[in-house]
Design a protein around this ligand. Structure first.
Ligand code: NDP
Length: 300
């Protein structure tokens, strides 16, 4: 048996196409353009690449993109003032402050300053609380991408055993909440979990969000399971030449292929879903702020 490889890149392209259609409808019918503001503090190279990519994809979808780049030594009060300004700007429907922030800043304080209605990264205490309470809110982007792919593969998730490995605020916890809301029986594993392999063997849906290269072995995986590998790990790849590296997930992909029913590769699996879901969230946020219905084309 060889698992189906879930093409997250193609799926994300589909999401972005639907976002672009929704943007066109909102412009035509309701005469406004959804806008996303991204704030980058400092010059972390990975964050710079990520922010550039967000800006590019926002514009490609026909949305308004507002980029704010601040030097690393910016006082926290100045960043908070910028967030307040964006909160009050009615051209801006979504605000994302790129993490990590420089050490002298309190990330939680900054994130919690973003109006919950504009918190398209879904990381504020209010957004997290709404998710747990099952109230309408904005959900973190990578977890939303995980759920979209899981539903695409399995359809109704009700009653399935789901194991989420990793309990971060960014990925593990919101993924578990989303799966619970879909009526999965959810188990959460973390660094203190005993006999992780045994938990994995029960899982119809296995989400790995750890950050350890190929930690999950093929013989841990239940036959036919849907494996969603969030991990992004850079490892040495001498086979590609001296000093070369490559990306691998938390799951041993080659081994898992033999057992799983479907699996996301790394790269081109969950990764591309994150920005697509950010754009999706921005449309949702914009429609709620404008009190117009979300175009049905967004989720066809
Ligand atoms: P964190 O480091 O915040 O969390 C890692 C989690 O893994 C923790 O809950 C930790 O447990 C758990 N863990 C560590 N070691 C083990 C172990 N041996 N067995 C079981 N659990 C373990 O990471 P993130 O959630 O932020 O990210 C996880 C991975 O996902 C990373 O590789 C990251 O790069 C990737 N990622 C990818 C994204 C994308 O595709 N767009 C977006 C975000 C992240 P404990 O709580 O006990 O310490």
């Amino acid at each position: 048996m060889s698992a189906d490889i879930i093409d997250g890149k193609a799926f994300a392209e589909g999401v972005r196409e639907r976002v672009a259609i929704a943007v066109a409808i909102l412009k035509e019918k309701h005469e406004f353009t959804p806008g996303l503001a991204v704030v980058l503090v400092g010059d972390d190279p990975a964050s710079q690449v990520y922010v550039r990519s967000k800006g590019k994809q926002t514009i490609e979808a026909g949305m308004a993109s507002f980029e704010h780049k601040l030097p690393a030594e910016t006082p926290e009060a100045d960043l908070l003032a910028l967030v307040e300004k964006l909160n009050a700007d009615d051209r801006v429907h979504g605000i994302l402050v790129q993490m990590p922030l420089p050490k002298h800043m309190n990330e939680a304080k900054v994130v919690n300053t973003i109006l919950p209605e504009k918190d398209v990264d879904g990381l504020s205490a209010i957004s997290a609380g709404r998710l747990v309470l099952g109230e309408e809110g904005l959900v973190p982007c990578t977890p939303t991408g995980v759920l979209m792919l899981a539903k695409d593969v399995r359809g109704d998730l009700s009653g399935l055993n789901a194991l989420v490995i990793g309990r971060s605020i960014l990925v593990g916890k919101p993924v578990a909440q989303l799966l619970l809301a879909e009526n999965c029986t959810v188990t959460m594993a973390h660094s203190r979990t005993k006999d992780l392999a045994a938990h994995c063997r029960q899982a119809d849906i296995l989400v790995a969000a750890v950050g350890r290269p190929r930690m999950i072995k093929g013989d841990w995986i239940k036959l036919g399971a849907t494996v969603l590998d969030v991990g992004i790990n850079r490892i040495d790849a001498p086979e590609r030449g001296e000093g070369k590296t490559r990306l691998v997930g938390d799951v041993d992909f080659d081994e898992a292929l033999e057992v799983a029913g479907a699996i996301t590769p790394v790269p081109k699996g969950i990764g591309p879903m994150t920005i697509a879901c950010l754009l999706h969230n921005t449309i949702v946020a914009a429609c709620r702020q404008k009190d117009v219905s979300i175009p049905t084309e967004l989720d066809k």
